[in-house]
Ligand binder design. Sequence first.
Ligand code: GLN
Length: 277
Amino acid sequence: MKKIIAVAAMAAMVVSMTACGSKAADTGAEATAEAVAATEAATQTAETTEAATENVAANGTLIMATNAEFPPYEYREGDQIVGIDAEIAQAIADELGMELQIEDMQFDSIIAAVQTGKADIGVAGMTVTEDRLQAVSFSDSYTQAAQVIIVKGDSAVATPDDLKGKTVGVQLGTTGDIYAEDIEDVTIDRYNKGFEAVQALLQDKVDAVIIDREPANVFIEENEGLKVLDEEFTVEDYAICMAKDNTDLLDKVNTALASLKESGKLDEIKAKYITAE
Ligand code: GLN
C-alpha cells in the first residue's frame, strides 16, 4: 500500500515539474493542454507501476535488503555487491523468473525495510531468533552458522568463560550484540560495521570481538595478529526474512530454496566463497 502511495506522489511530482517547465516556455491554453497531457501520462505510469507493485512477488523485481559489510556473505567488489547471499538471492530470483535488485543499508534497518515493503526479502547472514520472529517470518534455513570470539594472538582469553568482566566489541543489533549481554560484568562496545569492531580490537580498545564465523575468518586473514577461539559462542541458523503477511512469497522462496538444495547449487555457491578447512 505504501509503495502505491509513493508512486502516486511521484507521479504528482512529475506533473507539477512538467507543468512548471511548460509555464516557463509557453503561455495560456497551450500550457494548460500540455499540463493535461502530462497528467494523463503520469496517471498511466502510476497505473502501470501500481500493477507491477502488486505483481512483485509473482513476476518483476525482487528487492533484497542487505548490509554489504559482511564477507563472504555480502560485500562490495567495485560497484557490485557480491557474496553467498547475493548469489543465493540471484538463484532464487532466477527460479521465480524475477529480476534481483539489491539495496544496501545498515544491518539494523533490514527488518523495518521488509516490514514496510521497501524490500521483499532480507538476506544478510541473518540469524533466526525468537525476537525477530515476532516481527518478520523466516524462510527455511540455508546455512548453519555460529558466533565466534576473535582475540589478539597473545590474549589470555581462551574460552567464552574468560570474557567475564571484559570489554567486547560487536556489530550493533546482531546476535553477537544480543548474546554478549549474557556475559557477566561485560562491557559491550557497539560498532556499525563488524570490521570496525575488529579495528578496535587491533587498537586494544576492546579485549575481544564476537562475530559470525565466516566474517571472522575473513577478518583474521586480512589482519595479522588475530585468532579465532576454537570454542563457539553460539550456534545459529541463517534464513531469509520477509514481511509476515507475505505468505505467498514465503512459499515461493522455500520452494526455490528446496530446489537449490536438491540440485546442489546451494552447496556450490557456498563452496565458491568458503574453502573447507
Ligand atoms: N548473524 C548475525 C545476526 O543475524 C549477524 C548478521 C550480520 O551482521 N549481517 O545478527
